[in-house]
Design a protein around this ligand. Structure first.
Ligand SMILES: Nc1ncnc2c1ncn2[C@@H]1O[C@H](COP(=O)(O)OP(=O)(O)OP(=O)(O)O)[C@@H](O)[C@H]1O
Ligand SMILES: [Mg+2]
Length: 248
């Protein structure tokens, strides 16, 4: 079974600084995420979004509170950062399959799956290309395929499309939803874009400014699959307006 759900209870994070007062980055975070949900996190800069994602991913530990996973004991995670961080001397295929090589799981099944993902991400014709031969959006797609390559049930994405132009971003949002629909992963997605959060998510977590707390969790009740029609609907605008007012 490749499933994951988790629950955060009263998570808090304090950073101790050398030359200034401590920073209370997170306070009282309570969160329940079900398997297969697409959750976005929005909130002002510095409110602790990346900190929360790192804690959930086990890259950092909370100063208080508990985090419990169910479904899998030690769920594997796929991470996609704001910057695609590809190895410049390796081609698309090698970069995307790098986790498989590191984990020594380059099985026929995994390599076939990698091929399918590259196809899904529109990279089939660029497998032998080097990162410098790709556009920003293509590089970001490689890093998404890389995060998906080892079939981790939980995908953590920290502003993965922040550096891209609006058109590429809209396009990749649709591609990401297609992949999500096929792979049924649990996704936690940090973004600064309200429209992006609404478009992608089942739920949007709105955080307050520092110390970061959860202000509200908004259910996005828009039909799936989502597409251009979604963006033009009045309900889509209503959600955006509601979220914008809450952040301001
Ligand atoms: N390693 C660290 N040491 C000390 N303070 C830190 C560290 N990482 C983050 N902080 C502080 O914790 C707070 C939250 O930072 P974080 O990076 O989680 O915010 P964010 O919501 O992701 O912001 P942004 O939207 O700008 O990416 C900030 O005040 C930041 O200065
Ligand atoms: Mg951040």
């Amino acid at each position: 079974m490749n499933e994951v759900s988790f629950s955060a209870k009263n998570i808090g994070k304090i950073y101790h600084n050398l030359l200034k007062d401590d920073t209370v980055a997170l306070q009282n975070i309570n969160l329940d995420i079900k398997n297969g949900e697409f959750i976005s996190i929005i909130g002002p800069s510095g409110c602790g979004k990346s900190t929360l994602l790192r804690i959930i991913g086990g890259l950092d530990s909370p100063t208080s509170g508990t985090l419990t996973y169910s479904g899998e004991e030690n769920p594997e995670l796929g991470f996609v950062f704001q910057d695609s961080v590809l190895l410049p001397w390796k081609n698309v295929e090698e970069n995307a399959g790098f986790p498989l090589k590191i984990k020594k799981i380059e099985t026929k099944k995994n390599m076939d799956n990698l091929d399918n993902l590259l196809e899904l991400a529109g990279l089939a014709d660029f497998k032998k290309s080097l990162p410098r031969e790709l556009s920003g959006g293509m590089k970001q797609r490689v890093s998404i395929v890389r995060a998906l390559s080892y079939d981790a049930p939980l995908l953590l994405m920290d502003e993965p499309f922040g550096a891209l132009d609006a058109i590429t971003r809209d396009h990749l949002n649709i591609e990401l939803l297609k992949i999500w629909d096929k792979t049924k992963k649990t996704v936690l997605f940090v973004t600064h874009s309200i429209e992006e959060a609404t478009f992608l998510s089942d739920k949007v977590i709105v955080m307050t400014s520092r110390p970061g707390q959860i202000k509200e969790i908004v259910d996005i009740d828009l039909p799936r699959p989502r597409n251009e029609e979604t963006r033009n609907s009045t309900d889509f605008s209503k959600y955006n307006q509601y979220l914008r007012e809450m952040i301001e």
